[in-house]
Design a protein around this ligand. Structure first.
Ligand SMILES: Cc1ncc(COP(=O)(O)O)c(C=O)c1O
Length: 436
């Protein structure tokens, strides 16, 4: 499969993803249906591996589990020697069941509960990305008394470099208003790190930062890295503290609609290069220990590999106002429009060269905000048509809910004409399983 071509149409005008016919998939597995192209996902895994090998071999790619967490995906990324980040007991549990090497797991989050922390340590996860003073205090108390600990806890401190970026815009600020991380500019991060270093049972390893998501501009990556490396140099000069690991987060943009650039391999390389240049510059200028560079992509690995198939149901036209096309899914399996007006592209799985129309594709939930695409431009749809929404691999399945007691659909992995279920669809019985 051509790696820039995410889907094609066959001679019958039927949509093909990873050599699988989408209409046959909808028939076999039902709809709504999440499908993930293994070939596209593997291409992205390979791309990031190649980029890091070339630009900065002393590096780790850590998959941001939050984008899409299940055992099969962990098994796949293990093949590329990736690490992963987790932010909850549930994600930790899934890594354990996928036999993910605990040494390659980074435990993130602004409010890890004590139970989750103990659960991580019990399962030999010792890499903690510490987010705030309260969390540090919890860890300090724990290491004082705990029998759980065979090893020291490795600490990465999540810092705010004062650069925040989303899509095409970024801002620089010295007073970061974020629930995540510790401010560099105010001196809090410095104090925090000194406190970590004083504790003999905690192992200060380095820093973590993440400037945002869906970023297309190279500049904020370089700018944030520069600010963080200035801080790293200061730690060395003033306190002789070495930063052995530098985790620069994820956030590389992906294509959802034609408003987004269709990034090429070279573009992803530029994002990472912007960071690498700043790291290398500071290392040689200030004679620093070369840190292991961690990148943490989520969306850019899996988003464009994912598609959701739906069947069109009722269609309602309000003359002169809007045409609503209801599908058999909705905010329970893709809440991103409802959450933050995320935009998507839909295509018909069998094209008949009908006229393109402007319609609003809505879900079946009892919420006016339950929309998948407002003002979609798509070939005229009729009841029973199957459509595919593109780029749904990230933050769809992982954000699904049972709103209106809708079962979460299955996830099917496609690979060169073969398909297999990697997450079973929920049944109605699953929905009442915990009702007493
Ligand atoms: C700390 C951290 N790392 C990595 C990511 C992954 O970001 P993306 O999926 O945009 O690459 C996120 C996303 O929110 C994050 O919060």
């Amino acid at each position: 499969m051509d790696k820039d071509l995410k889907y094609t149409y066959d001679k019958n005008n039927e949509m093909i993803i990873d050599n699988c016919n989408t209409l046959s998939l909808a028939k076999k597995y039902g709809s709504p249906l999440y499908v993930v192209s293994e070939s596209i996902l593997r291409n992205r895994c390979q791309l990031f591996s190649d980029i890091m090998k070339e630009l900065y071999p002393n590096s780790i790619i850590s998959y941001a589990s939050k984008a899409f967490c299940c055992k099969a995906i962990y098994n796949l990324i293990k093949e590329y020697n990736f690490a992963c980040d987790v932010v909850s007991g549930g994600e930790i549990f899934t890594t354990i069941k996928a036999k993910f090497n605990p040494e390659k797991i980074y435990f993130h989050g602004n409010n890890k509960t004590l139970d989750e922390i103990k659960f991580a340590l019990k399962n030999k996860i010792y890499n903690f990305v510490v987010d705030n003073v309260d969390e540090l205090e919890t860890l300090e108390n724990l290491v004082k008394s705990s029998k759980l600990l065979e090893n020291k806890i490795n600490i990465l401190v999540r810092v705010n470099p004062g650069v925040e970026a989303h899509t095409h815009e970024y801002i620089q600020t010295s007073k970061t208003d974020s629930k995540f991380g510790i401010n560099i500019e105010s001196g809090e991060a410095e104090k925090f790190i000194l406190r970590v270093c004083q504790n003999t049972k905690l192992n200060f390893m380095g820093l973590h930062y993440h400037i945002g998501s869906q970023i297309f501009d190279v500049k904020p990556f370089g700018l944030a890295a520069k600010k963080v490396m200035e801080f790293v140099s200061m730690l060395k000069k003033k306190h002789n503290i070495d930063v052995k690991i530098l985790n620069s987060g994820g956030g590389y943009g992906v294509w959802y609609t034609n408003k987004d650039p269709n990034l090429k391999d070279e573009d992803y390389k530029k994002f990472i290069k912007a960071v690498v240049v700043e790291v290398k510059k500071a290392v040689s200028k200030d004679n620093l220990v070369e840190p292991t560079l961690v990148i943490e992509p989520g969306r850019s690995l899996i988003c464009e590999a994912g598609f959701t198939l739906y069947t069109v149901g009722n269609i309602k036209e309000i003359k002169g106002v809007r045409k609503y096309v209801s599908i058999d899914g909705g905010m329970f399996e893709n809440p991103r429009y409802a959450l933050y007006q995320a935009e998507y592209t839909a295509v018909k799985c069998k094209t008949e060269n009908k006229k393109t129309e402007k319609v609003t594709i809505v879900g079946k939930c009892c919420e006016s905000g339950d929309c998948i695409i407002k003002d979609a431009k798509i070939e005229k749809l009729e009841k029973g048509d199957v459509i595919a929404v593109l780029s749904t691999g990230a933050y769809n399945y992982s954000m699904a809910s049972n709103y209106n007691r809708n079962p979460v659909p299955p996830v099917v992995l496609l690979n060169k004409g073969k398909s297999r279920v990697i997450v079973k669809g929920q049944t109605y019985n699953d929905l009442i399983k915990y009702d007493l």
